[in-house]
Design a protein around this ligand. Sequence first.
Ligand code: NAD
Length: 472
Amino acid sequence: MKAHDGMYIDGAWRPAAGTGTIEVTNPADGTLLATVPAGGPEDVAAAVRAARAALPGWAATPPAERAARLDALRRILTDRREEIARTVTAELGSPLTLSQKVHAAVPIAVCTGYAELAAAYSFEERLGNSLVLREPVGVVGAITPWNYPLHQIVAKAAPALAAGCTMVLKPAEDTPLVAQLFAEAVDEAGVPAGVFNLVTGLGPVAGQALAEHEDIDLLSFTGSTAVGRRIGAAAASGVKRVALELGGKSANVVLPGADLAKAVKAGVANVMSNSGQTCSAWTRMLVDSERYEEAVRLAAEATAKYTTGDPLDEATRVGPLVNAAQRERVTGYIERGREEGARLVAGGAEPPEGAERGHYVRPTVFADVTPGMTIAQEEIFGPVLSLLKYEDTEDALRIANGTVYGLAGAVWSEDEEEAVAFARRMETGQVDINGGRFNPLAPFGGYKQSGVGRELGVHGLEEYLQTKSLQL
Ligand code: NAD
């Protein structure tokens, strides 16, 4: 695949300061797709300088003009959506149909939303004798992971640009190609030089240099809790704002009386999608003791339909994991589940048949999982579902809330009011009621160790604003 051999800084592709490179490989077969430069502190410094220099002009650009640039960006991403889908499939390994429906379509929807919001949002309001101004925070450092690579970039870049901020993006090392495509689109959309800058590189080198850079005003990070904690600490010592979107271990609570077949089918689909590499996946399914065995049977049956295979094959529902380390991590958790006494009812740690190449893992379901087990507490980030049994709704709530995470969740009930009442007591940032569908305008983010701050919609925009009051 074609790749740029430089960094997008100050409106042009420029040579990297060093000579290091990152090899981008196809997780389905291990072939080399491209190499991109591995940036270091000098590249980050050049990008931050460009963003700082561009800030006064972009911050003073009327919101309607910023909206027009985002609208142009939306149009370019829409024109290039098939290329986006194919790029994500090549570097992430997600089935092409998923890449089209989610990896390409969701960022376009988010960009559309911010183009509209930038034009409609009220950046000033009167409050008694005060005029309250909502001004851009300043220069944003954005660090993103590989699992929804374009979505996570757009969920930061679109609101940052709408707010009048300038930014430097450091994308994940596994998926830099779609990030380069995004930079091309920003350029073509006529966003002024320096407003958006891209530095590809390794997390502990380029990522860390960005997180620790003195001239960043807000650091927005999506990734693991372990790295998020370090970024939060670096931001605190520099008195910078920080937004963290971290891991999850979300509960899918099937209340007694809910349509069990529908809830289990949707629950399995939710976990297996994107090979389970979804931070908000409902990886714990909670079912009452009376219907528990039926749920186990339904989950195993549903999982059998999730065939692994070539992401370009239309019959494939589960592609490989992103890299070998991720596969080792996931199979390690599957082995741990067996050792701790969970009952394996589908899948397992051995590779799927015929998968000699590629980082494939069998879609796996564990029954008899108890709340204290590792597979009920830690984020696995693979196609692995844990089924837990509860005695009554208070027990279900205790189990649902009984992890350090709180990113998402689901509740199923024949009575929507009962489901909503249960969801109100869940310590988590998003809950889908009876399969309520994804809303790109709804705030997304974590309670507890799942993060700090919210992305998407107006809540996401406001993360990139700071307020000033003028008393008249
Ligand atoms: P990761 O934390 O290792 O990497 C994420 C990003 O941080 C990458 O760009 C990486 O290069 C960079 N990075 C790594 N070390 C760094 C350091 N020392 N300093 C600065 N940057 C550094 O995570 P990952 O393995 O790539 O992604 C998977 C994790 O991300 C999962 O735990 C998942 O739950 C989480 N995630 C959360 C959300 C969310 O919205 N809450 C979304 C997607 C993924």
